[in-house]
Design a protein around this ligand. Sequence first.
Ligand code: SF4
Length: 931
Amino acid sequence: MADAIGDAILAALDDSSRRFVFPSEVAARDRLERSLERSGRKALPLERFISWDAFKALAFPGPSQGRPASSALRSVFARALMEENAGKPFLNALVPRSKAAASPRFARMVAKALPALRDLDGLRLLSPLLRDWQAIRERYAAFLSERALFEPGWNDRTALALSGSYTLFYPDLTTDWTDYEQAVRAMPNAALILAGEERTRYPAAAFATIVDEVRAVLIGLQKAITEGIDPARILISVAAPESVLPILEREAAVAGVSLDMREARPLSESAGGRLLADLLRLAQSQRSFSAMRSLLLDRSRPWKEGLNPRALIDLGIRKHVLAALPTIDIWEASMGAKDDEERKLYRGLRSASERIAEAAGFGQLRSAFDAFRRAFLDEAGWTLAQNDEIARCIRELEALEEASKAAGLGRIQGAAAAYLEELEELRYLPVSEAGGVQVYRFPVAAGCMPAVHFVLNLSEGAAQAASRPLSFLRDDERERLGARDRDLSSGLIALLVRSGERVVLSYSEDGPDGIRAAHQAIDPQSPKSAGLADDRDAWLPNADCLAPSGTAALRQAAVFPIQSSSARAALATVLPPRAAMHGSSGGSDARSYSEGSPERARLLGSALRERVAAAQSTDGALTISDTLIEELESCAFKRLFYRYLKLRPVDTGLSFVDALMTGSIYHNALESLFRPLAEAGLSIVCGESANGGEEGAGASGEARRPDTAELAAALDEAIALQERVHGPFAGMLLRTSRPAFLRDLERALDALLPKLDTHVPIIVEKPNLSAALPERDAMLVGRMDLVCAPRQGAGREPGRGAVIIDFKKRSLPKLKELAPDEDGRLGRYQMPAYAYLLKASGYEPEAAYYLSIEGPSGGGKRLVCAFGDEPKAAVPLEALPALLTALESAAARAAGRLRRGEVYLPREDDQERICADCDYRPLCRAHYTVH
Ligand code: SF4
């Protein structure tokens, strides 16, 4: 590519009085380096290669006896001004007088607009909004002149008589060129090289998606490096980097390409900014759990030794610290006698964050922030980059402190919030620690001359650059005043086309934010004709292309040599040998447990198998419950990790009053209600419905037993028990829900008691029962919620018949799960297991019911009869023997699987149903595997 800029520089290099001016600092630095290379000189003065901004500072320096206003000063001024407007309104349209109290919220907008208020010159101030801005401008001008300050953007546009001579490259591609054009053109010693009107369309590689585009660029980049081009001489420019950089970073990391992102980020996202924001949010939210979690679980923070931030979060989770309460400090109220360390940490954070939030000036804020860091953080533990970021944040805080002194401002309410706003405005580019291919935001690198320059994402919306006069006004105001945007993007793309020995432009139709049009200055073409191969197969090695001799493998090895051999090595160790994967039982040494299916299970190693069997045995016999049977019928992999390895996800979030807690309340309340009857041998009396239902008096004519008053007391006792375990916040929430709990329990009893009239409770939650199984060395175990026996004749002794009740919070089993399928298998083994246990204890099961306390979702009856004499029973009583046979077979299957140490996932057809809400997905990876 011809290099007109380079040639012009070279031709004038011997004239030591000539300086070269470029649109950006990046281009100026790059051109200095290229000029050294091309001229063969050892050194050149830095000040001969300057940016447009540096040139303006030389030619238009402002009043000689003043100091330029800083961004901190603008911020401080705007805040004070808008606070003044809140107290004594002088603005009418920018902030309507009726809303003047909200003025401080506009401070940031005003601070940003101040440098551009010079554009008001010469305008007829007809609208109230323009008059408001003029009023702000006048106050700002008075403020500056009282303090011998000046606003650089307002400087006189008469250029100084500079010594030497200047060549300005493409100044018309800068946003404020028109402001200075007349003065610069009048300078006798300034030569201009202008872009002018640009109408050419340049070939650009077009891709379907941004991911394809990024990958093609990375492949092109790898090829360039393989050809021997120094990575330091390759540049990437990205239009709208906010949405593309995450994709570029991710793909480059996968491809092992090192990038050096030269994209400044707001200081508020730096280590110091985030820390301050978290502390402020902690105080403002009155120490909400989520604010506490953001502060304490940010693992980049070096907490002092001896502090245990995780313990405080765990306490919040255990005690359900869901929200701040107006009357009590819920964290304090949730701590017990053993929580001294957590209490100390909590109190320290509370007072430190409040000091920061309440600081009434930047000086006070600085001391509060420093005190927090000294008390809680091990400053030696910050990384170099974090240290840099914090130092920069502190410098900005000092600048604000100085500015507020210069402005003569006393107390500044909300200093921390103002500081944080300032950090959001300031951008910070860290010194790059490692080398890598430099990546710039479009169009910063326009004018550079690398060996290869990739320019990505040239869509209409992304590649934007324009000069916007009166940008502080609303669009309708701008239009009325005839303000016209001056588009610079086509000229910048034309300059980028000349900014490299080889330049590749590219665009994708489906970008990060959806389908978009190509920029008008490009001509989308096939990647190949635009100089970029669309070689998808050359993207990283995958399992199908790892055969060493395949053509795809050879291409990949050429482009990604390290990744190719690493992937081959990794696959050899990660995946088991093919024979082991597809053998009928897998062999005891095949450890890829998630490869197993119910028909082709993987096997535990002998040591692990024995430990599992031991954990599942009592006195040498395997203990089998309906839960074990059902878990093994669905996913043995999950059971292995959950029951035996006890591997559980770590909670970092809060649960509200969850189903488990509510279910416990119902169980405890019903236990308290029925146990006294069991102990006294008293029968249940259906009696009058608590809700005015139709049941009427019981057969005996006695009053209802247990009665509603007893239910209320039993519920209160159950809530108190949960509060002791889960803390005061949970107790408070449960009491709020008490009327609903009571209503549901009463309705559930209304549905249940008619089935139990004259029956005596014989089992209420206890005891656990066990029974020998035909399977050798195996016994069935189980615990029932409620079992009642009909009273025998007129005596008090219960008979041997048994009605089984199982309480469910809401959902009930489906009838088809309760009846044997064509293979004689069941979806639920719970009731047959209970019937089996009761028979072994000398009872004759007569019926079994599931009772939904809250009523099944979607409506319907609260009771489901699993077996019995009822017409709607899932299984008639006479078919009970078939259920018991199905149970014995399932227990034998479960025992066999346990003894063999089988591990497997559900069949694929069953996974949607079984795997819903399972926490073990990242382990089994059943839902991530591409077959
Ligand atoms: S997600 Fe499915 S296959 Fe994986 S462990 Fe859970 S239940 Fe088993």
